[in-house]
Write a protein that binds this ligand. Structure first.
Ligand code: FES
Ligand SMILES: [Fe+2]
Length: 337
């Protein structure tokens, strides 16, 4: 496998599940960032994500663990652990073990997704998860049909590949068959959230001028793990792409599309057309995945003059999310041996 020269342990928010995969009382084993984890939801509705192994004798809570009210009970000897990973009951002793704690991860549920905060240094979250509706400040989920989804597991790609797509104007024509090359109107890489806007069209022929195009996309990257986009001037669609490292070589990719409802049109035919359009947006994303999952990260890359600014900015921005000593630069790693 091609091990990317970028750390697969970046800091930030990363999607680990969809909310409806973890109902009240459910226990969900999973592996991210090279760690066995378990996600579970209490009867009152709170989701906890924590390391999977019981601190007693090491049973994996994801295989046979049970939610009892507000705690999870280990299948091996019945010890119970709460949402902070603290032991609250040893069934055959009058007091719990207050010293041992299972590592838990900060959790955010938003846009029907479950995100965890990952940071090898154990810092608390210092930026927020973008919300596909609130952060564009206009519409709400009620204005859209239900989310359509794509889930691809264990692909050999790094989250940064996906974000670099956001400054890669030249790929649209070749990967997505846009008639003309889009133009970027905003590149803002000042904060942990970055903003990229561009003018783009999927219609017409290659004789049109970009100055005459009246449609585009606005994107917010919430760290390396999550990007949300809003389109304007075309069929109303919003997307979330979320890439989460599984181990040192592979990531899980989740992609979500919302298609806008047409005011006054509640019929099946309109809904069907929206679903087909959502399928098309997902199909376009799979064209990118096909490239990314076989790509080798190029550093330093050979860039055309017009690409230099965007790629330099996004790669510099990405560096802040890598732990010290595991930087985002392949060249750095090479000189350190
Ligand atoms: S290993 Fe979990 S209770 Fe013993
Ligand atoms: Fe793309």
């Amino acid at each position: 496998m091609a091990k990317p020269p970028l750390s697969m342990k970046p800091t930030g928010w990363f999607q680990v599940a969809w909310s409806d995969e973890i109902g009240a009382g459910d226990v969900h084993p999973m592996k991210y960032f090279d760690r066995e984890m378990v996600a579970w939801r209490t009867q009152s509705g709170q989701v906890t994500v924590m390391d999977a192994y019981c601190e007693h004798l090491g049973a994996h809570l994801g295989y046979g663990g049970r939610v009892e009210g507000e705690v999870i009970q280990c299948p091996f000897h019945g010890w119970q652990w709460n949402h902070e990973g603290r032991n609250v009951c040893i069934p055959y002793q009058d007091r719990p073990n207050r010293g041992r704690r299972i590592r838990t991860y900060p959790v955010a549920e938003r846009n029907a997704s479950v995100y965890i905060w990952h940071d090898v240094e154990g810092r608390e979250p210092y930026f927020d998860v973008p919300d596909i509706f609130a952060d564009f400040g206009d519409k709400t989920a009620a204005d859209y049909y239900p989310q359509q989804r794509l889930f691809r597991q264990g692909l050999e790609l790094h989250p940064q590949y996906v974000l670099e797509n956001g400054v890669d104007f030249a790929h649209f024509k070749f990967v997505h068959q846009t008639p003309i090359v889009p133009v970027f109107t905003r590149h803002d890489f000042a904060e942990p959230w970055s903003y990229v806007d561009f003018t783009i069209t999927f219609e017409g022929d290659d004789a049109q001028k970009i100055e005459d195009v009246n449609s585009g996309v606005e994107a917010i990257n919430g760290g390396l793990g999550i990007a949300v986009t809003k389109s304007w001037g075309m069929i109303d669609n919003r997307t979330i792409s979320a890439v989460t490292p599984v181990d040192d070589c592979t990531s899980d990719v989740r992609f979500m599309v919302y298609i806008g409802r047409t005011p006054g049109r509640d019929d099946e035919k309109t809904a069907d057309r929206a679903r087909l359009f959502g399928d098309e947006v997902i199909r376009q994303f799979t064209q990118d995945i096909h490239i990314w999952s076989h790509q080798r990260y190029s550093d330093p890359p050979a860039l055309a003059t017009a690409e230099y600014e965007g790629f330099t900015a996004i790669r510099k921005w990405a560096m802040q999310f890598y732990p010290d000593g595991l930087s985002g630069s392949a060249a750095d790693l090479a000189t350190r041996g």
